[in-house]
Write a protein that binds this ligand. Structure first.
Ligand code: NCD
Length: 348
């Protein structure tokens, strides 16, 4: 990897799978950020391709719709010279009754080295990873969004977008120490929020969640402190994570450095959790006017897809002074190259 100037210490990364950020360590975040920054440099070259994963097979198993995540992983795999298989559930043998595990095993038998999995149910990527481990095969599983649970690569690209803005030549986790970050909107249904809560609170930032009580239940107050099933207590006690909840927007926005707004995930809403979209926009929609409460240098993030005029005003979304939305999409390719590279063994 000398051509990239990339040195990955063997003990900085030893994950075969990336399923959740709940147990990510500060040095793992930094390895991803540094590696992604090297790939960002590759992507700025005339020839944007490296032979790193030549001969390896990456399979995209997306059981749920996706525009940017699926395409971003596909482009990342191609830029690393891997062969990429794209599975489309509608035209697959799932329609003939094949189970998801059997679908995964079919791709395994074709020589897949890494599977990127999205599913509407929480836990599907974990279940496939367990089965691969049980079979003793060296296949890496990457969670590209499982139900309302997690979306690690999205939170990592958000972290990369923010930290490269703060220090382009050397992004690292601790640059966010002491920053105020507001996450606004449909927290209840958002896997993006759950993964971001882990990464942003690990950085030492103060994370403020804001949304109506129906979309931000009280149980989030314990999100980062509640015991996790099977969790291993780390040797060194980390600094306490700072997470605050608000059922109105203003206290979350006051002096915020970054505001992350989220889509209302109406496809996951089983009850009437909202008044009208207009009323929601009035209470929690992010607009240029509302940003006056924030730090003057505030920047706005949104994972996409966006409901213009609902969670964010259309003019703000397109305003390059504030909006980081297109940078997030661009960052996604470098961050996903980094993840595939690290999971693929981190060597040429
Ligand atoms: C998100 C997702 O699918 O979780 N989008 C994404 O991956 N960029 C958020 C959403 O669907 O609103």
């Amino acid at each position: 990897m000398a051509a990239l100037g990339l040195i990955v210490m063997s003990n900085d990364w030893n994950r075969r799978h990336v399923l959740s950020l709940a147990d990510f360590t500060p040095s793992e975040y930094d390895v991803v950020l540094q590696t992604a920054n090297s790939f960002r440099e590759v992507l700025s070259r005339r020839t944007k391709k490296v032979p790193t994963l030549q001969g390896q097979v990456v399979t995209n198993l997306f059981f749920e719709p996706s525009t940017r995540t699926r395409s971003s992983f596909e482009l990342a795999a191609k830029r690393l010279s891997a062969d990429i298989l794209n599975f489309a559930p509608g035209s697959s043998s799932l329609t003939k009754g094949e189970t998801i595990l059997d679908t995964a095993k079919t791709y395994l038998a074709m020589g897949t080295d890494m599977m990127v999995i999205r599913h509407k149910e929480a836990g599907v990527p974990q279940a496939i990873a367990q089965e691969m481990d049980r079979l003793g095969v060296k296949v890496g599983i990457l969670n590209a969004g499982d139900g309302q649970h997690e979306h690690p690569s999205q939170a990592l690209l958000d972290l990369f977008t923010i930290t490269t803005l703060l220090q382009p030549e050397a992004p690292r986790l601790k640059l966010l120490e002491g920053k105020k970050i507001a996450i606004v909107g449909d927290i209840l249904h958002s896997r993006v929020a759950r993964s971001n809560i882990w990464s942003l609170t690990a950085s030492g930032a103060e994370v403020h969640l804001a949304g109506p009580p129906t979309l931000l239940p009280k149980l989030f107050a314990d999100f980062v402190t509640a015991p996790k099933i099977g969790a291993v207590v780390p040797a060194a006690t980390p600094a306490p994570r700072r997470l605050l909840l608000h059922w109105s927007l203003e206290p979350a926005l006051e002096a915020a450095d970054f505001v992350m707004t989220l889509r209302l995930q109406r496809e996951r809403m089983t009850n009437h959790l909202l008044p009208t979209l207009r009323e929601y926009h009035q209470q929690f929609g992010i607009t240029r006017d509302r940003l006056k409460l924030c730090n003057p240098d505030v920047r706005v993030l949104h994972p996409g897809p966006v409901n213009r005029g609902v969670e964010i005003s259309s003019d703000l979304m397109d305003d390059p002074q504030f909006s980081l939305i297109s940078q997030q999409v661009t960052s996604g390719v470098a961050v996903r190259m980094a993840l595939l590279f690290l999971m693929g063994g981190g060597k040429v």
